[in-house]
Each structure stands twice: as C-alpha cells, then as structure tokens.
Design a protein around this ligand. Structure first.
Ligand code: SF4
Length: 354
C-alpha cells in the first residue's frame, strides 16, 4: 500500500528530512494552509519536494460525495487510494453569532466525526457498517486527512477550535496504533493544534485495549458505547459483549487515566421498547457508581430495513430526569442530520447500491 506524507508525526518527519526545521514547515503547509500538491509548498526546496513526492503521496483521500442537512451537518464520503471508501461527518454544533452592532459574538462551533477503519469487525446489530464486514484499518494519514479535507472544503481557518470524535466507521481501539498516531498529529502545535481535550475516542468496549490506550497517556477523552445495562441485552445488540462483558469494561474504565476535570462519556443508544424504561435507568445509575461519568442518550436513528425504532421523546426525558435526580450528568444528543444518511455506514451503503 502507498504511504502518505500525512502518515508521519512531526518527530518522524524530523528524522526523515534534513534539516529538521523543514518538518515544521511541511506541517504548516499541510495542516494550516491545506495544500493538496507539493508544488504549493513554496518555501520547500524543489529537490526535497521531488524526493518526497516519489515516495509519499499527499492525497490519501478524494471527496466522492457530500450530503448537506438542513441543520448544517455535512456528511462526506471519501474514496481511498485503493478504491475503498469511508465516511466522516461535519457537525455544526453552534452557528456563528453576531452582536447587534454587527461585530462577531462567537465563531461557528464544529465537531468532526471520523472513521478509523474500512468496515468493522464488531458486528453491532443496529449498525449498517457492520453489515458489510471488515475490510482494513486506516493509516494515521488516512484518518488525519478526513479532518484536513473537511476543514479545507468548508474554509474553516486553521486556528478555529474544533472537536474530533472517533465515532465514524470502525472500532478505533481495534486500530489502536494508527489511531494513537493520528491523535498525536492532530495535537501538534505546528499543525492543527487540536488539544487532546478536544478529541474523544469512542469504543464498543474492548476492555484490554482500553487499558493499552490508557498506557499511551495521550490525554484524550474516552467514550463507551454501552447501550445496555445487562449482558443479555448487550450481547444481543453488540455481540462483542460475549468477549468483553459489562463488568470487564467498567473495571477497565476505573483504571483509565482521566483528566481530573473530565468525565468518561457513556453513550446510550435509546431504542423504543428495548432499553428506554426506568428499570434500565436505575441499573445504569448503580453501574456507574463511583465513576466520574456523563451519559449521552442518543435517539436511535432508524434506517431502511432496521428492526429497531426511534424512542418517544417522553421516555427519553423521563430517563434523563431520573439520571439527573441521582446526580448523573445526562444529556440528550440532538439527532443531527436526520434528513441525510446520518447513521453510521448509510452514505457508503447508498453509494455502493447506486
Ligand atoms: S457501531 Fe461502531 S463498533 Fe459497532 S459495528 Fe458499527 S462501526 Fe463497528
């Protein structure tokens, strides 16, 4: 497989290129000016550019399709160098706002949801990506490029703050080394400078890998797709629970190094008549006892052919009210991009069938 310039951390580039300061310049061209050709790196000597371009491409991805939602979310389908495709979503969390006198109150706030693998091995029953199986891991450069191209395509200035969530296609901890490397590239002050505090790695709960991620001391946030509070239901929704049950996940989280001002996010996908009752809410509270946690209730987003349904708003609110009454921070995630193919894997699926 071809290698890309974006596969390298700045330290690695410094070992590769002499003099060392060229690495910093290249990082700036890539991640602050978003160049897509070596020719545009104006202060880099021609010989070095020629040498690098023979070995490393700087175009790991190509935009295949973009769908825009009325709420401002944009779903990207990217083609990889080998013809496979992955998706990412740009979520507009807050629109740009102005004071009455026309001066800027605050910039738009964005979150980019990125993929870490082509397909996925985990096989969650509610997930469309799972249906087409696993193809391969993404390299660090292919992960980083999703954010770089989205920023470029939307004219998002390099110094604009932005959050990253590894919640697209794939299980990030099943591709831990490349994911960890991408996080280091995102955080580099000479590149995108996205603080690890603004990066969230979301896992289906591979307990042994949660431990390994903790050992890497990246400083990133952790999100767990819990979705159910008893093993039987969780196994039904997420067969991976047979290998890593709820207890093993909770035990691994208790050991995970969390920034003292941060909380572990528990994603709870609420499905009508399956896990939206108060009994589940009570169990959840006792499970999280002693963990600095935040629960994110997510409306199940039905797709064509899915056997599950979107929960009713009143059940969501009751669930949330109960958790808050017990001192657990709980939010309901707006189901952004409902009018586009927002559920994981849908845009890719549509493209394949067209
Ligand atoms: S929900 Fe995530 S972990 Fe589960 S199969 Fe889909 S991509 Fe994999």
């Amino acid at each position: 497989m071809r290698r890309f310039l974006q596969d390298f951390t700045k330290n690695e580039l410094e070992d590769l290129i002499k003099p060392k300061f060229r690495a910093k310049q290249i990082f700036s061209w890539l991640y602050n000016k978003y160049v897509t050709s070596y020719d545009d790196m104006r202060n880099i000597p021609k010989v070095l550019k020629e040498e690098l371009s023979k070995k490393y491409s700087i175009e790991p991805l190509r935009i295949l399709n973009v769908e825009e939602s009325i709420d401002g979310s944009k779903k990207y389908l990217f083609e990889l160098d080998d013809g496979n495709s992955v998706e990412s979503v740009l979520l507009l969390m807050k629109e740009e706002e102005f004071h009455d006198d026309g001066t800027l109150k605050h910039h738009a706030r964005y979150t980019v949801c990125i993929s870490s693998q082509v397909g996925c091995k985990i096989g969650c029953s509610f997930c469309l990506t799972a249906k087409s199986g696993f193809i391969r891991n993404l390299s660090a450069g292919e992960i980083v490029e999703q954010v770089r191209l989205i920023k470029r395509d939307n004219g998002i200035a390099s110094n604009r703050r932005l959050n990253i969530v590894y919640m697209g296609m794939g299980e990030p901890l099943d591709n831990l080394d490349e994911v960890a490397k991408s996080s280091i590239i995102f955080s580099d002050p000479d590149g995108m400078a996205i603080s690890p505090n603004r990066q969230t790695i979301s896992t289906s709960g591979l307990s042994s890998k949660i431990k390994k991620l903790g050992e890497k001391r990246l400083g990133v946030n952790l999100a767990i797709s819990l979705h159910a509070v008893d093993d039987k239901l969780r196994e039904e929704l997420m067969p991976i629970n047979r290998a890593y049950n709820i207890k093993s996940i909770i035990d691994a989280i208790r050991e995970f190094p969390i920034n003292t001002r941060k909380k572990v996010m528990f994603e709870y996908l609420v499905i009508k008549g399956v896990n939206d009752d108060l009994k589940s809410a009570k169990k959840l509270v006792s499970l999280l006892n002693g963990i600095r946690s935040k629960v994110n209730l997510i409306y199940f987003n039905p797709y064509q052919g899915s056997i599950y349904q979107r929960p009713e708003e009143k059940n969501m609110l009751n669930f949330q009210k109960y958790l808050i009454s017990k001192g657990v921070l709980c939010t309901i995630r707006e189901s952004k991009g409902l009018d586009i193919s927002a559920a994981c894997g849908q845009l890719r699926d549509k493209q394949k069938n067209s």
